[in-house]
Design a protein around this ligand. Structure first.
Ligand SMILES: [Zn+2]
Length: 184
């Protein structure tokens, strides 16, 4: 995993793409939830599921299909009235991207096994060719260490700064759109 902060902040930044009416606390909290949920798979370690298994860490829960199913499920549960409208499609897409962004960030980390993006059709594990993010330790205790600091620093550079630039850019475009047109 990248750390919970990197995943959550990515979802928060992506949520900024929505209009003011849709960009509610509920939206970004659900987005953050989607972005960290794939790592619930670490529970499997306690039950003897191996890292490389289907249900293992970075397995099915990190796949694109899982992201799509979760996107549909979250929209159906939390936005039932809007689910079958254009907004519903945008919401599914948003929650899909939040969830899928998790696997993509993980695929840019320096350690662990790769991501089963195409599970269950193909259980191969993939990394992106470019992996600048220091892998985060599994478990909180190890996080408060030099390793943890290294993780946060690399995420600051490769996740937080680009995501902040994205937020600023979206805000800028929105502001320009909302400005009344001058007739000259
Ligand atoms: Zn992960």
């Amino acid at each position: 995993m990248a750390s919970i902060f990197a995943h959550g902040f990515t979802a928060y930044a992506l949520g900024k793409s929505f209009s003011k009416e849709l960009y509610t606390k509920k939206l970004w909290i659900l987005g953050i939830l989607c972005s960290v949920l794939p790592d619930a798979d670490v529970i499997g370690f306690k039950f003897g599921i191996a890292y490389e298994d289907f249900w293992g860490h970075r397995g099915f829960s990190h796949s694109l299909l899982f992201a799509l199913l979760l996107g549909i499920l979250i929209t159906l549960i939390f936005y039932r009235k809007k689910a079958f409208t254009k907004t519903g499609v945008a919401l599914v897409l948003y929650f899909f991207i939040c969830t899928a962004s998790h696997g993509i960030l993980d695929a840019m980390t320096t350690g662990g096994l790769g991501i089963a993006f195409f599970s269950p059709f193909n259980d191969l594990r993939y990394f992106l060719p470019w992996r600048p993010i220091q892998v985060s330790p599994i478990g909180a205790s190890k996080f408060f260490s030099i390793w943890g600091i290294k993780v946060l620093l690399s995420e600051l550079i490769w996740v937080a700064i680009p995501a902040s630039i994205y937020i600023l850019a979206v805000n800028y475009v929105k502001k320009r759109k909302n400005q009344p047109q001058k007739n000259d």
